[in-house]
Design a protein around this ligand. Structure first.
Ligand code: FES
Ligand code: FES
Length: 176
């Protein structure tokens, strides 16, 4: 099976029942994506596939052959952090760090959803073409990512600083 992970071409053979999360962690040793609940409830395993956020614990790896899979390791590196990673550091958006890779991948996917005009449960007008990332919108859109340490205020501040300067929705360039 052929995969594209963080820009690298990878060929692997494994049990077709393997989840994407287990493939990333156990076969590719990309340990940034975490296994919290392993049932779609915590968001610690969130990765990006073709720019969209998914819970990798609920995904069969075979379904994502040939797609662009991005984990936290593919977003930035020490000395060359993604702007959102740097904002998490600046705003104390983590304590233990267990949820952080999922929070960051999810927020980047969320920004791309906003740039495409995808409404949320708290959007007043679901037919609107654009949405302002208010605190309510931000918290609702990130509600699939839990933080046991309760670092939510720092997480929100980091996301707002990165994606909502002046309370406008992120552009496609900012969301990338
Ligand atoms: S480990 Fe996937 S949602 Fe919790
Ligand atoms: S920083 Fe510890 S779970 Fe979020």
């Amino acid at each position: 099976m052929h995969f594209v992970v963080n820009g690298d071409q990878v060929d692997l053979d494994f049990d077709p029942r393997t989840s994407l999360l287990d493939m990333l962690r156990e076969r590719l040793h990309l340990f940034g994506s975490k296994k919290g609940c392993n049932q779609g409830a915590c968001g610690a395993c969130t990765v990006l596939v073709d720019g969209e956020r998914i819970n990798s614990c609920l995904a069969l790896a075979v379904q994502y052959q040939g797609r662009e899979i991005t984990t936290i390791e593919g977003l930035g590196a020490p000395g060359a952090l993604h702007p959102l990673q740097a904002a998490f550091v600046e705003h104390d958006g983590f304590q233990c760090g267990y949820c952080t890779p999922g929070q960051i991948c999810s927020a980047i996917g969320m920004a791309q959803e906003l740039s495409r005009g995808v409404p949320s449960f708290v959007s007043d007008d679901v037919s609107a073409e654009a949405f302002v990332l208010t605190d309510d919108e931000l918290r609702e859109r990130m509600s699939g990512n839990l933080c046991r340490c309760g670092a939510y205020n720092g997480i929100v501040d980091a996301i707002r600083e990165t994606f909502c300067v002046g309370d406008v929705q992120p552009t496609k360039q900012e969301a990338a």
